[in-house]
Design a protein around this ligand. Sequence first.
Ligand code: HH2
Length: 357
Amino acid sequence: MGVKVYLRPCGVVWGAVAKKAIEEGVALPLAGGPGAFLAAELIEGEPGATKTAVARTATLSMIEEPAIAALLNTITAPRPDVAGVRFDRSGIMGIVNVTPDSFSDGGRFGGAAEAAAAGARALVKEGADILDVGGESTRPGAECVPVKEELERVVPVLKALKGVSAPISIDTRKAEVMRAALKAGASIINDVSALSFDGESMAAAVETKAPVVLMHAQGDPKTMQDNPAYRDALLEVYDYLERRIAEAVAAGVPREGLIVDPGIGFGKTLEHNLRLMSGLSIFHGLGAPVLLGASRKRLIGAVSGATDPKARTPGSIAAVLAAAAQGVQIFRVHDVAATRQALDVWQAATTGGEGAV
Ligand code: HH2
């Protein structure tokens, strides 16, 4: 087998200049647009032993190397809708943690299911395109929650959300919770273990044909921050997600329903998280919408000095905008209204008001 090749789009432009650059053959659409990339980082080799060069897209398009041509095709193709959510603009997944112990908002949606559902409906009004309901904290050091308890937390909330206009994802690692949640009104599986924690979860995804968020994590929440190690976090996370997509598709999970997520903070040091954040556009090479969950996480605190997670909204928004500039399509956030406002202004200012981003 030849040397492995990765392409990381860079030099992304928007609006009228993006259209013109594509017409003139100096840029290619990023995941179907509206952004377009003028160049790409060409990375060859294995994680930890790579050669990197930056090449213009016009040059890359002329290289007769099947792996590069295939990657360019994948990176430029439009992404299909998932559960009715379009990916030609930045989407927001609003976090609805029905847990007593989540790191930044434990108890925020606690109490009666009706109250949690009202809080979730408010997130839709604020601009959430997807609601992510979770009954188990996966913060570093968190204990695994028994299935029965997780079901008791999430199912009543899902039932109380009947008729809500945004699709609901169920944030769980457990097949039984996936199945029950999908019956109770959720339509997307969000699994921080990429269907690997529970031996039954792949089967649950195949049976239900539900779209799935495949997230990378190194280790289990209980111990994942003890000593995370990578030769190259960006490429290893990419390789892992590529393998999980292949395994899910081979098992019968519909490819067009897959979303990928590098899993910020899941078995990663600050250095690993920043390598991922600065290289996010590489994940377009996997041919699926990219989701980012950096909201209020330690990375924001470490860079800014904001020790209280609730004081990390400005830094969380900066992370969203930096990722949006790399074409990331979905943001899992606590602060929906503030993020929507920031994305709307970023979009208008970047495109000169032309077209949605
Ligand atoms: N992060 C958390 C939980 N679920 N799902 C995806 N797809 N991506 C993420 O980055 C992600 C996730 C952890 O954050 P949070 O829900 O705020 O905290 P806790 O696990 O303590 O409930």
